[in-house]
Design a protein around this ligand. Sequence first.
Ligand SMILES: CC(=O)SCCNC(=O)CCNC(=O)[C@H](O)C(C)(C)COP(=O)(O)OP(=O)(O)OC[C@H]1O[C@@H](n2cnc3c(N)ncnc32)[C@H](O)[C@@H]1OP(=O)(O)O
Length: 405
Amino acid sequence: MTVFDVRLITEEERRATFDVLNRSLHGKRVADDLWSRMGVSWPAAHKFGAFEGDAAIGIASSFDTEVAVPGGRVLPVAAVDGVGVRADRTRRGVLTALMAAQLAEVAERGLPLAMLHASEPTIYGRFGYGSAALGKTVRVSRPAARLHERVPVAGEVRLLGPEEAVKEIPAVYRRIGLHRPGMMARPEAWWPAGHERHLVPEERYTVAVHSGPDGVDGFVTYETIGRRSLDSPDEGAVLNVYDLHAAGPAALAGLWRFLLSVDLVSAVHARHRPVDEPLAVMLTDHRHASTLSVEDDLWLRLVDVEAALAARGYRAAEPVVVAVADRQLASNSGQYEVGPDGARRTSAEPDLVLEVDTLGMLYLGQWSATALAQAGRIEVRDPAALTRADELFTTVTAPWNGTHF
Ligand SMILES: CC(=O)SCCNC(=O)CCNC(=O)[C@H](O)C(C)(C)COP(=O)(O)OP(=O)(O)OC[C@H]1O[C@@H](n2cnc3c(N)ncnc32)[C@H](O)[C@@H]1OP(=O)(O)O
């Protein structure tokens, strides 16, 4: 039986806890040069450590940012960005204790939501997180793929050097805005090169911007891996898209036209794209684009169910009453009436009964109530209410996070 304490870390414990994280995720200790680069992005704030005496054995980190929710509002959110337990201390409840402390702190600070990207999909459901936005990995073959003649393309693409990129790209990301549920504000500190999270990454990446009639309206960061051999021209160089954001269809098309024009490349791969991005039908032959996988991308936890439900928009339908059970934050458990005018607590009998992780799956519009009921995740007391819940929670665009954190 392991005896450990869980508490907020001190400044002096930053490196030891980062070491726990790095070893748990990558199996490597943090060398001096790595720490001198990455230490800046590992502040002590909002980091819970698990300690055996003075020795760090676990870490759960988060930072505050904002996330878009259906209906257009942007809510404060705790983005959980670093979780790990020392390999010789796993499966003894260390993570469970860390997540409880973190959730209590996020709730106490009044943040309505928490979110994360999971290393494994089996970990976070038990802590109230639901798989709230999916992402697809697409592959487009070159040189055969061509944009269809009706795809709107106006504007041009220009490559940026690293210094220009650091200056221009943060403003472009802000201008594009959080136009899909699930998109997040990116902390300013992330952008400069040399930062752990640098969003205008290392030398191996190329950054390009698209300019339309109103100025710069999209960007892409990519790297090219492998070389195409003259003996087997269909195999070889893959252009990997790391980050791609566009303000609208013309910018998206312009960036893809550019990506498909890069010489000596046999295929363009893009991970974690929005599931409804219409890339295949933007091509003359949509078999040139294939979806390699669809994966869980963003996981969402409603920390304050009433505030979170009240803050999102709903489509027109008669209200439904949902009963929510929350095993970690009992104050969230209860009935909520959800309708086109918003959501509030009620004492009415529930039409639908679900756990808070399932509510996270419903919240951004990724999953329909019907699908979740079919999967056994919603208990249906009134079948007519299921259709109403589908209508209320549906969103026109699929949710998407689009940021590596
Ligand atoms: C947001 C992010 O940072 S994602 C990155 C997460 N980190 C990693 O993947 C790094 C490698 N893994 C680890 O460090 C650890 O295995 C962790 C953090 C995933 C889990 O830590 P632990 O201290 O072992 O978790 P804990 O003992 O509290 O487990 C709680 C429950 O979850 C289950 N569980 C925990 N991790 C896993 C897993 N990877 N796969 C399946 N079940 C798991 C446990 O079996 C346990 O189940 P039970 O309550 O039915 O007994």
